[in-house]
Design a protein. Structure first.
Lengths: 659, 109
């Protein structure tokens, strides 16, 4: 019996063994391929190796945009124990500087895999990677850093959350900047962690190319600061400015205020993110008279000294009223442009044939995109002559019934003053690979010759007079020759020209004898003053002054010797200096006595010290930067032996890389 | 089992042990290789991060050494003012200069 029972067990074991062997044969031999595929699917994956994106530099090799290898942390809550949650929350709170409760709440809200942190910087990652929690894992999350925040944001563009380049030079050169992603076959454990990768099935990524812009960071900063100051001063809706080298078409600065910070682009609306200098055309107003005059001079249709009757400020032309801001009886043709007479320009424009005028403007690039390497450019609007009515030509002659973007205007204006050559606006000077080897160099792109050298020379002379004696006086620098033209146009709102909202602009250049810089300033709907002469021209002046000061060596040869000193020490500072001192008969220098404590609050420390030194008040300083507190109250009568304690706050630069 | 079979069995056992040892060695080697590969990958990542850090520091250096940063900092925080020496010239006689020098050395001796 025992033997038979043993036999039964043996048979049972044998049958079981046979079954296992059959199953093994099925798995290992018959259905081998399927199981191999299944195992591969579960254990292996093709891991993309993201190529490092190209860097962006300005024309002086100053780095504007670079990358940072951040990581994104996930946690699989199905596989996380309660005590693990607590240690994860504690560690993340310590490293990331957020409350522990924040992470605990996050983990208690869900039972699936969640993102714990989207952007963990490398130094933070070093502290977090040693957390030995199996369900916690991370993936690379590359971040693009715009070092100077909003500086040149409309030129640079940004990277969206999917890692796609959006707008600006980044979008246009996305193929260059992106590089080529690599891949590798990786083997993962049951938690999804990579345990091994196959070197034979791996393709290394090719980093993106570096882009060098024609933008000068220093000019860009000046332009943005002055546009901003003007925006606040005149309470305008928006401001646009472009600085260009008229002899090459290189854009040295391009800005729109308001703008945005590409590091946190999602906080801004589409208006702030739009590069209005290329997307938003407007009626340029009197700036356009310069183009009308170019057409007339080129065809020898006027003599600059001939007299034009300006109708004493009001002129009815074929049932349309044309007015001037100032009433003139007779003006020479030259004075028509200098004093910006609409009536005079409209009358002169009648000498131009419709087809010729249209063709001339088309040749200058109006009604067509400039092909600047930024997507979304508007061609503006220039109707064909067969769509013109009786008033079209005179109105176009002084900048109405035509729409143009700021980039079109400055590009065409550059052609007027550089000897007549139209250049394509240039934003990129060269491309290099990640090793710094030159791939492509961009040269100025000649489009066509639009006017003769002599026409250009005559125009430069008249435009210089506009600044010297005409509507552009507020742009005059005195020590260097400046030419330019103001422009003001009423805005077309619901098919009616508004008396309240205007486009005010000024386009100017210097030095007149050898133009090196052209600047266009445009303010949309300023509330306090409403003409290009009062709003845009002073801003042009401030930008030009600062550019000359910044690049004094370049402009020194054009500067009047008598005025050189005035650049170094502005008149106002000199007067201030003189008034601070008294000279007695013995030619001894004495300070004016100050008997009351001055108000130093919120003044820079340098200014506060200057005042205290001059007044002979003893002081003690705590901190640096700006004065936030003074121990002697402003207005207190002084005896002469007081010590004033100044508390100052520190001054920190916070750049994007520290965000 | 006859005595003559004993060495053969011993050889077979040794062979099996050798093969097992070799296989074990191969497996250890492979595990080690995989570990080294992962370490290499990590080192590569660290190099990339270090290069990026270098680029960032370079950008900060360019920022901090630019005139746009130094001049306002010097004016606001260090109370320095621009040197306008070329804007004016004071002419004094030699006797006067000597007198000033004497006065200064007397006071600050």
């Amino acid at each position: 019996m025992n033997n038979s029972r043993a036999l039964l067990i043996l048979i049972f074991i044998l049958v079981f063994a046979v079954l296992i062997i059959v199953r093994l044969v099925d798995i290992q031999v018959i259905d081998r391929e399927n199981y191999i595929k299944l195992a591969e699917l579960q254990q292996t994956a093709i891991d993309k190796i993201k190529a490092e994106q190209g860097l962006i530099y300005d024309r002086n090799n100053d780095l504007l945009v670079y990358n940072r290898n951040d990581v994104k942390f996930y946690i699989d809550l199905n596989m996380t124990k309660e005590n693990e949650k607590d240690s994860v929350a504690s560690k993340f709170a310590e490293v990331m500087g957020k409350p522990k409760e924040y992470y605990l709440n996050l983990m208690n809200k869900s039972k699936n895999t969640i993102v714990l942190e989207k952007k963990v910087q490398p130094h933070q990652f070093q502290k977090l990677k040693d957390l030995d929690i199996k369900s916690l894992y991370y993936r690379p999350s590359p971040t693009r850093i715009y070092h100077y925040g909003s500086l040149a944001s409309h030129v640079l563009g940004y990277v969206d959350q999917e890692g796609k380049f959006v707008s600006g030079i980044s979008e246009y050169f996305s193929k260059d900047l992106e590089g080529v992603d690599g891949y590798r076959k990786v083997y993962k454990n049951s938690f999804g962690h990579i345990v091994y990768y196959d070197e034979n099935e791996m393709q290394l990524p090719i980093p993106g190319n570096n882009i060098f812009l024609t933008i000068d960071k220093r000019y860009q900063l000046i332009l943005e600061e002055e546009l901003n100051a003007g925006l606040r001063e005149f309470l305008a809706k928006s401001a646009t400015g472009i600085i260009m080298n008229p002899n090459t078409g290189e854009i040295l600065a391009m800005a729109n205020i308001e703008d945005y910070d590409p590091n946190c682009y999602w906080q801004y609306d589409s208006f702030q993110r739009r590069n209005r200098a290329i997307t938003d055309p407007y009626e340029p107003g009197s700036i356009f008279k310069a183009f009308t005059f170019a057409a007339l001079i080129e065809k020898n249709l006027l003599s600059l000294d001939e007299k034009i009757f300006a109708e004493n400020g009001s002129y009815r032309f074929k049932n349309t009223l044309i007015t001037d801001n100032k009433s003139f009886s007779y003006l020479t043709a030259r004075e028509v442009l200098i004093h910006s007479s609409n009536i005079g320009t409209a009358k002169l424009s009648q000498r131009l044939k419709d087809e010729y005028f249209y063709d001339f403007l088309r040749r200058l690039g109006f009604g067509n995109i400039t092909s600047i390497p930024i997507k979304g450019e508007s061609p503006g609007r220039l109707w064909k002559p067969n769509n013109w009515d009786a008033s079209s030509k005179p109105f176009i002659s002084f900048g109405y019934q035509i729409n143009a973007t700021a980039i079109q205007i400055i590009t065409a204006f550059s052609a007027l003053i550089n000897g007549g050559i139209l250049y394509q606006p240039q934003l990129v000077s060269k491309k290099t690979n990640s090793k710094g080897e030159l791939i492509e160099e961009f040269k100025p792109k000649f489009i066509r010759k639009v006017i003769s050298e002599s026409t250009s020379s005559v125009l430069r002379g008249i435009l210089a007079e506009v600044v010297k004696n005409g509507t552009g006086k507020n742009a005059s620098l005195g020590y260097i020759s400046v030419g330019g033209k103001t422009g003001t146009s009423q805005k077309l709102i619901e098919k009616k020209y508004s008396n309240e909202f205007h486009n005010t602009s000024f386009v100017g250049f210097f030095p007149v004898e050898d133009p090196q810089i052209v600047i266009l300033i445009h303010y949309d709907s300023p509330q306090l003053k409403k003409s290009g002469a009062l709003v845009a021209a002073p801003v042009f002046k401030r930008v030009a002054e600062r550019i000359i000061e910044k690049n004094f060596n370049l402009f020194e040869k054009y500067i009047d010797d008598n005025y050189k000193k005035k650049i170094l020490i502005s008149q106002s500072k000199f007067e201030q200096l003189k008034s601070d001192y008294e000279f007695n008969n013995q030619s001894e220098l004495k300070y004016k006595p100050i008997t009351f404590m001055p108000d130093l609050k919120y003044k820079p420390l340098s200014e506060a010290l200057s005042i205290l030194n001059k007044s002979g008040i003893n002081y003690k300083i705590i901190g640096t930067g700006f004065v936030v507190e003074q121990s002697i109250k402003a207005g207190t009568e002084l005896k002469g032996d007081e010590v004033c304690e100044l508390k100052c706050n520190s001054f920190h630069i916070i750049n994007a890389s520290q965000r | 089992m006859s005595n003559s079979n004993k060495p053969l069995l011993l050889y077979i056992l040794l062979l099996i042990l050798s093969i097992a040892g070799f296989l074990l060695f191969t497996v250890i080697l492979k595990i080690n290789y995989k570990q080294l590969l992962m370490e290499k990958d990590q080192a590569n990542q660290e190099i990339i991060t270090a290069i990026q850090e270098q680029k960032k520091l370079n950008a900060i250096y360019q920022d901090l050494t630019s005139e746009d940063y130094i001049v306002p900092y010097a004016q606001n925080n260090l109370s320095l003012i621009k040197n306008f020496s070329s804007s004016g010239l004071i002419k004094l006689s030699e006797e006067r200069i000597q007198f000033i020098e004497d006065a200064l050395s007397k006071r600050y001796e």
